[in-house]
Write a protein that binds this ligand. Sequence first.
Ligand code: 4NP
Length: 158
Amino acid sequence: MIKVLFVCLGNICRSPMAEGVFKKQVEDADLTDQIECDSAGIIGYHAGELPDKRMRRTASSHGITLTHHSRQLSPADFEKFDYILGMDENNMKAIRQMEKSVTNKKAKVFKMREFDEQESSKDVEDPYYQGDDGFEICYQVLRTSTQNFLDFIVEENS
Ligand code: 4NP
């Protein structure tokens, strides 16, 4: 089983959306018996909460139900997951910092938009303080990047 973890700051907007979109793409590709995913946050402030209502609404308008409950990233995640993907540069710094403390690291770490060939150096911007447009844009950005990431891991693991 290939295990994928999406990470953002609060684990209530971007990473649960990435998880939901990716899960659907994995289902559509008939790969649910080979690939599983989860998401986590750099901070534990929202631990236990469902994703932000605005993100759930956006997801649901695209046929995706977000049921993840927020949790904080932990060093053990680097031993359990094969791939860890951060959404922005600040997430990447925090992920890299935690990674240093893990001795039996398995995970390969990437920034999500490395898989967006148009905008590979950009962040998946945080929609938390934005209007509804920000949530829809976030979905669109994630859909492209997660699909390309799926193609990448299928190729890498075949
Ligand atoms: P996320 O968005 O990192 O995409 O889940 C945020 C949600 C909450 C906060 C920051 C970002 N916050 O500071 O509470």
